[in-house]
Design a protein around this ligand. Structure first.
Ligand code: MLT
Length: 316
């Protein structure tokens, strides 16, 4: 088979998956360890594999005249200009199921940490104190409200079922949940949830969906969890809602700007911050690498693709 086609790997992916790609009908250029070398490799690229570090902009695409496929080794494709790829007829694929369990487990961990108030107990015990007073709550019997009800939120709903938590969801694209979660309007979800958990993809329309007005509608002392994308949450308004005591706490894995700039928010005692690591487990990264490489190999062989990202405003 021809190995004329060049697949450029721009960001680090699972090593074994990279080896498998190298056995396919292509020439692999691994530029992941040297991002500055990327432009020089793009001139010949037929395929491009990225995680989230590389931004696939119109400008980047202009330097890749032969490009036919962009493969995102992860879920979110907000780092790919889908209008620009569609205009060039470049197919975009992702690995939509690779991180489901990992991100869902992180969300569950956040819920337990927040409701139990564990951050302050850990910090005080570490500092030599011995504070055994009544502290925190149970997840049992609480209401979790999912903003966005896709694959990951559905997995979290399953994980919280044994805790006897009630689950609500708001998702304009999901009329009926098909499971025990009740679909509700956005404002109902805010008013009824003890934990508002963000799982929507980031779009221009939902930027700052969780804003000052939304925080004002949430239950006093409720918690916010964001394992999706930072742009959905107005961080300045969140800091104000935490500082006034309106919200009881927040756990954030994603930020408006990454790495995050808002030091005051990160340092707030009621905030649990992590570095966008929801999908960074060994298992999820192995799956993301394998799923992505499999899809690129299918494209190289001219086989039907299984994880084609829809073209904005239509189908192809
Ligand atoms: C994803 O969209 O897959 C996750 O946020 C992790 C990543 O950006 O790789």
């Amino acid at each position: 088979m021809s190995t004329d086609r060049v697949v450029v790997v721009a960001d680090p992916i699972d090593r074994e998956a990279l080896v498998r790609l190298g056995q396919g009908p292509c020439r692999v250029v691994d530029a992941s360890g040297d991002p500055k070398s990327l432009p020089q490799h793009l001139a010949d690229a037929w395929g491009l594999i990225v995680r989230s570090r590389t931004k696939v902009t119109k400008e980047l695409l202009a330097s890749a005249p032969r490009l036919e496929i962009v493969a995102r080794a992860g879920v979110g494709v907000d780092n790919v200009d889908l209008n620009a790829t569609a205009a060039r007829g470049i197919r975009v694929v992702n690995a939509p199921a690779a991180a489901t369990e990992s991100v869902a487990e992180l969300a569950l961990t956040f819920y337990l940490l927040l409701v139990r108030g564990l951050s302050s107990s850990i910090a005080s015990t570490r500092s030599g104190k011995w504070e055994r007073g009544t502290h925190g709550h149970e997840l049992a019997g609480k209401t979790v409200g999912f903003v966005g009800y896709g694959r990951i939120a559905r997995e979290v709903a399953k994980l919280v079922e044994p805790f006897h938590a009630t689950t609500l969801a708001f998702d304009p694209f999901v009329p009926a949940s098909g499971d025990r979660t009740t679909m509700v309007p956005f404002f109902d979800l805010l008013q009824r949830s003890d934990i508002v958990s963000v799982h929507a993809a980031s779009t221009e329309e939902n930027r700052h969906l969780l804003n000052a007005r939304a925080f004002e509608m949430m239950k006093p002392g409720a918690f916010l969890v964001n394992v999706a994308r930072g742009a959905l949450v107005d961080e300045a308004a969140l800091l104000a809602a935490l500082s006034s005591g309106r919200l009881g706490g927040a756990a954030l894995d994603v930020y408006e700007v990454e790495p995050p700039m808002n030091r005051e928010l990160l340092a707030h005692p009621n905030v649990i911050p992590t570095p966008h690591m929801g999908a960074s487990t060994h298992e999820a990264q192995a799956r993301a690498g394998t799923d992505t490489v499999d899809e690129v190999l299918r494209a190289l062989r001219g086989e039907p693709l299984t994880a084609l990202v829809p073209v904005p405003g239509g189908s192809r």
